[in-house]
Design a binder for this molecule. Structure first.
Ligand SMILES: NC(=O)c1ccc[n+]([C@@H]2O[C@H](COP(=O)([O-])OP(=O)(O)OC[C@H]3O[C@@H](n4cnc5c(N)ncnc54)[C@H](OP(=O)(O)O)[C@@H]3O)[C@@H](O)[C@H]2O)c1
Length: 324
């Protein structure tokens, strides 16, 4: 698997990051280990988790993903090779939804403890917090970096102008800045979706692309396959994505999947890898077969004509990245 550089850090990360959201909860321990082992064997070295994963699943009210990852890292003896990303900001148990300095400091300690590691390689704020002054949040984030508890910072579900503002605050004070963003993004573009808004899952926007391009931040799209809908008949495209142009896009995905002899989901992941600016999709899967199908994206190369087919269908209000 190829690598790309994370923001301006000079740090190499795998071009496909493995999402560990349901590891240890919906996905049992043996299967989670198998997914981790196979991803590792394929050359993958970049894993995404969060302090809250996945405390909303019935019967799993305490975090299970971080502890499972910690055990796997230790049992396999691969900690030094892996980039581990986790997140802070959403509420769970008695932890409030907040980016207050105390919450950040305490939750980073808890994540380190659950993961059984000394340093989080990449810490995201998981959601914006308009109640806490941004300067306080950025100071607290810089402090966990200075203390050696975190190496790099990222922002997930934060509007573009707030990411830019936070980075301006940090840059002016010589603090650590956000080096990447993690928005909800896929090949199909949705209508506005109140369900995602309520869950604070912010989609990619043109402004975010512009800012990341201008300031050299890496983009890590989450939920890139929309639940696998590009490659399976039992998973219709989500209702808010049912639009004329998305129907046309699905036809292109099907055609290219057949031509390249890969799953449609791999075509969409390959399309993300093909962006001009560093884009690292966070791959979700619950079976080894799905993982293999998705990892095949790394080997797909599009012709110029195929690129034109994929990028030629514009969604109203979006520029399809570098098509602007
Ligand atoms: N920052 C955030 O707010 C945020 C939010 C959500 C997720 N994330 C991160 O992003 C990662 C991925 O998110 P996600 O799980 O929502 O991603 P996704 O790509 O939308 O969905 C993954 C699911 O799609 C199905 N699937 C994927 N590839 C498939 C294939 N080749 N064939 C058939 N089915 C396939 C599987 O569903 P089944 O399991 O049902 O078979 C799989 O579990 C998470 O693990 C997490 O790390 C971050």
């Amino acid at each position: 698997m190829e690598t790309t550089t994370l923001g301006t850090t000079g740090e190499s990360v795998s071009e496909l990051c493995l999402g560990a959201m349901y590891f240890g909860s919906r996905i049992d321990r043996d299967t989670s280990y198998e997914l981790l082992d196979r991803y590792y064997d394929a050359g993958g070295r970049f894993i995404d988790t969060a302090n809250i994963y996945a405390t909303w699943v019935d019967g799993h009210e305490t975090p299970e993903s971080e502890p499972l990852l910690g055990e796997w890292l230790e049992e396999r003896g691969v900690r030094e090779e892996m980039t581990i990303a986790t997140k802070v900001g959403f509420g769970y148990g008695d932890v409030p939804r907040s980016l207050d300095p105390e919450v950040i400091s305490r939750e980073v300690d808890r994540s380190l403890d659950r993961l059984g590691i000394d340093t989080v390689d990449l810490l995201y704020v998981h959601v914006d917090d308009p109640e806490t002054p941004q300067v306080d949040t950025m100071r607290a984030l810089d402090e966990v970096v200075t203390a050696g508890n975190v190496d790099y910072l990222g922002a997930s579900n934060v509007p573009a102008w707030r990411v830019a503002r936070a980075n301006r605050i940090s840059e002016e004070r010589d603090w650590s800045r956000f080096e990447c963003v993690q928005p909800r993004f896929s090949y199909l573009i949705p209508e506005r979706n109140p369900e995602f808004d309520a869950a604070a899952q912010l989609p990619m926007t043109d402004e975010l692309v512009d800012y990341c391009t201008e300031a050299d931040l890496t983009v890590l799209p989450f939920s890139p396959t929309l639940g696998g809908c590009y490659g399976r008949d039992d998973r219709p495209i989500p209702e808010s994505y049912v639009r004329t142009e998305n129907g046309l896009k699905m036809e292109v995905v099907e055609e290219l999947a057949e031509r390249h002899d890969v799953d449609g989901n791999a075509i969409v992941l390959a399309w993300m890898l093909d962006r001009e600016y560093p884009t690292v999709p966070i791959v979700g899967c619950s079976t080894p077969e799905q993982l293999e199908a998705n990892l095949a994206a790394s080997a797909v190369t599009f012709t110029d004509a195929e690129r034109e087919r994929l990028d030629g269908i514009e969604n109203y209000g979006y520029s399809n990245w570098e098509l602007r």
